[in-house]
Design a protein around this ligand. Structure first.
Ligand code: GAL
Length: 414
């Protein structure tokens, strides 16, 4: 409806030569800069342009989005917010509380988002009953990726317990192969840590520890065991791991320089972009243990002036939740659609496994928000945990000291 009116105004602009009424516009801040990610975001740019929009790209490199969030804060503080931002989880609510988010309820209601999105996802997109973000996907975080050839050559199956993972790694190390491709950046340490916490403690433990931040759980023996496993994993990474980007770690698995990577399924986007096939060139399996850690990418629109920008926000919101886009984008991105009515016929076996496990864990109460990817906690609490995880991984800190530091850091973060 709005677009028809807009088209009429645009037509008038053409006649009167009013260049100010140029059509929907969006300056989009995102951190999708790796090979697979860039391919995915290009789908959106093309669709936006095909619908008359003008896209101004504002990519801020840095996996996990820490640098992008710093850039966003600087832009908002200087009174010049981008029109649309790749933002997710509780950060959406935090920005809403600062009074800077635009309400996209009109689009959501016209498009019937409530009918096509699971309630667990829709809830992240709502701020006091209004829609304040548009979801694009569901990424799973707790995955292991492996080089199929290396495993076969060494007689190793995909591990189903952490003991099996450790035994496989010892065997690989003895054969001169780097067991674990890892990039030593805080968010990557956190990504591995939360998969370990879920696997060793189980879903209820994860909920109490990394969602409810229960002090006794944070200092428990089970949490110590999780740090012990982190210490063991530290022994399986190569000596050049510090600071390495996640996609370069994925490339190590791809190129046979390492056997495994523990990373969310954006890693699959890298394998696919390089023409690799699941089941043949690379293998996927959930990290050992029960449960599913979800990470939903979404876009929030910021309050901006100008009808062209507001039209751009509406167009973008409508497109990203549209069924066609959700299919094409997620085929590239490694994730699965957020919409429940998009078939998975064109998706690979890893995506099918993800969808099955998501449904099963949702029914069984073990579908959990990723803390490492900003779905479970506010920024201050998540940051406090990650600082400890990283400090432990990069030193010889004992697990006993780590859990104490963890509980103190959380307590001081409010
Ligand atoms: C996640 C994000 C993904 C992917 C990844 C690496 O937090 O949800 O879309 O971009 O970081 O940057």
């Amino acid at each position: 409806m709005k677009f028809t009116a807009y088209a009429a105004v645009s037509a008038l602009a053409l006649i009167t030569g009013n260049a100010a009424l140029a059509g929907p516009e969006a300056e989009v801040l995102h951190y999708w800069t790796s090979g697979g990610e860039a391919k995915s975001v290009a789908v959106l740019q093309q669709e936006f342009a095909a619908n008359g929009g003008t896209w101004t790209d504002m990519p801020v490199a840095g996996g996990g989005g820490d640098a992008a969030m710093t850039a966003l804060r600087a832009r908002v503080l200087s009174g010049n917010a981008p029109t649309a931002v790749q933002l997710k989880g509780p950060a959406i609510q935090e920005w809403y509380e600062e009074g800077v988010l635009a309400d996209i309820s009109n689009v959501a209601n016209t498009e019937g988002w409530d009918k096509v999105l699971p309630a667990s996802i829709a809830n992240h997109m709502k701020c006091e009953g209004t829609w304040c973000a548009a979801p694009v996907n569901v990424h799973r975080v707790d995955w292991i990726w492996a080089n199929a050839e290396i495993l076969a050559a060494n007689g190793i199956e995909m591990p189903t317990t952490w003991d099996e993972f450790n035994a496989a790694s010892e065997k690989l190390a003895a054969a001169g192969i780097t067991p674990l491709a890892h990039g030593g950046q805080a968010w990557q340490d956190a990504t591995v840590f939360e998969a370990v916490v879920l696997g060793i403690g189980g879903p209820e433990f994860f909920q109490k520890a990394l969602v409810d931040l229960d002090p006794d759980t944070l200092t428990s023996d089970t949490m110590k065991a999780a740090f012990d496993q982190m210490r063991t994993l530290r022994g399986y990474v190569d000596s050049n791991f510090s600071g390495r980007d996640w996609n370069l770690a994925t490339a190590m698995v791809m190129n046979g320089e390492a056997a495994f990577q523990i990373m969310g399924d954006w890693a699959k986007g890298e394998f696919l972009a390089a023409g690799k096939e699941p089941g043949k060139d690379f293998l996927c399996a959930s990290t050992p243990g029960e449960g599913f850690l979800y990470n939903v990418d979404s876009f929030a629109m910021f309050e901006v002036d100008g009808d062209d920008k507001r039209a751009g926000q509406d167009l973008l919101a409508k497109l990203v939740v549209g069924p066609g886009f959700q299919e094409t984008f997620n085929l590239n991105k490694g994730s699965i659609p957020a919409r429940t009515d998009v078939g998975l016929d064109k998706f690979d076996s890893c995506a099918h496994l993800s969808a099955q496990d998501m449904n099963a864990s949702s029914e069984g109460g073990s579908l959990l928000p990723s803390y490492a990817h900003g779905m479970a906690l506010r920024g201050a609490q998540a940051g406090a945990i990650t600082d400890v995880v990283t400090a432990h991984f990069n030193s010889d800190m004992s697990s006993a000291d780590a859990v104490q530091m963890l509980s103190d850091a959380v307590a001081n973060s409010y």
